[in-house]
Design a protein around this ligand. Structure first.
Ligand code: SER
Length: 323
């Protein structure tokens, strides 16, 4: 592994996490040192905010040419299909999530990159997982997305052992944010509920009111991602599979939190196929390994997140950024 210079490639930079992660990385390391890429032809990032390239992570030659052109040393590989969309097209989910990841890892070995970050998810778990998922427990997912996340973790750990590649990853809970929308996940309801509360004062939720899942607000997600990426490798016993907790609530509790700010907010429930996926995931996670190995500690709870989300979205709607 070579010395760190911080020339970063972000795949999936127009995704829910990628959009804000790219901005955070550019703030930290400089606009020109963070190369944003996504399948989308046009950048979703602010004009003039740094280099952007259209990139299909299945095209290893295209990834390689960016690595050499920009002398990349770190990759945040965020491009992936999420759980709900993955169930609609399991083959594509396997192809993008697995082959994208192995392309990135093979090129990282070939070009002696310093570090690769590959997200994992609460989707690695399945029915029968304890309600609070321990760090070490059986992984029997029932979605293709979950299958690819388990395989991605195991593959990443293999590259750590076999090639000495520094691969790191977090099992993200549902991520809630006000900038880019999530695309095709099961936890999307926990984001949509805020948009619809501001837009229409009501929301029809696609999971039951008693559905409880682990969630995290974007500022904590960015902090967790960058803190893990910057941790001293020698301190890490885990690599690709850190549990990270923050908060856990039912939809009814989230609706009640919204009503503190919008008393007239109404919610209905019309569960669809995503209910089964949600039911297969745990209520919360034990993240003591992340706390011990790299000092993880979240800042937001349901109330502080709800206040901030509603304030930010209200401004975006009132200024016409959102309609
Ligand atoms: N948010 C993801 C999903 O719902 C979970 O990692 O698919």
């Amino acid at each position: 592994m070579r010395k760190e210079m911080k020339r970063i490639l972000v795949t999936g930079a127009c995704g829910q996490i990628g959009t804000e992660l790219t901005v955070a990385l550019r703030r930290k390391y400089g606009n020109d040192n963070v190369i944003a890429t996504d399948l989308k032809q046009e950048t979703c990032l602010p004009e003039g905010s740094g280099p952007y390239h259209q990139l299909d992570v299945l095209d290893a030659d295209a990834i390689e040419s960016l690595i050499t052109r920009y002398d990349i040393d770190t990759v945040y590989h965020m491009a992936a299909l999420l759980s709900a969309v993955g169930e609609k097209n399991p083959q594509l989910c396997w192809n993008v999530n697995m082959n994208g990841s192995i392309n990135v890892m093979n090129l990282a070995v070939k070009h002696s990159l310093t570090r690769v970050i590959i997200p994992s998810s609460i989707a690695v778990w399945g029915p029968g997982t304890p309600a609070i998922a321990p760090q070490e427990t059986a992984l029997h997912p029932t979605t293709m997305y979950g299958v690819t996340k388990v395989c991605g973790e195991v593959l990443g750990d293999y590259y750590v052992r076999k090639y000495g590649l520094d691969v790191r990853g977090l099992r993200y809970p549902g991520i809630i944010s006000s900038e880019a929308l999530p695309g095709g996940g099961t936890t999307d309801y926990a984001v949509e509920i805020y948009y619809e509360a501001i837009r229409n004062g009501r929301y029809t939720c696609f999971v039951r009111e008693d559905t409880r899942l682990p969630m995290m607000y974007m500022p904590d997600c960015l902090k967790a991602t960058i803190d893990l990426a910057e941790a001293d490798f020698a301190d890490l016993k885990h690599h690709t599979d850190f549990n990270v907790g923050s908060m856990s609530f039912t939809v009814a509790e989230q609706a009640a939190a919204i009503r503190k700010f919008i008393p007239e907010f109404e919610i209905e429930y019309a569960p669809d196929f995503r209910q089964d996926i949600a039911d297969s995931w745990p209520d919360g996670v034990d993240d003591s390994s992340a706390r011990e190995e790299w000092g993880w500690s979240p800042s937001h709870d349901l109330e502080s997140m709800t206040r901030d989300m509603l304030e930010k979205l209200r401004v975006r709607f009132e200024t016409g950024v959102l309609v």
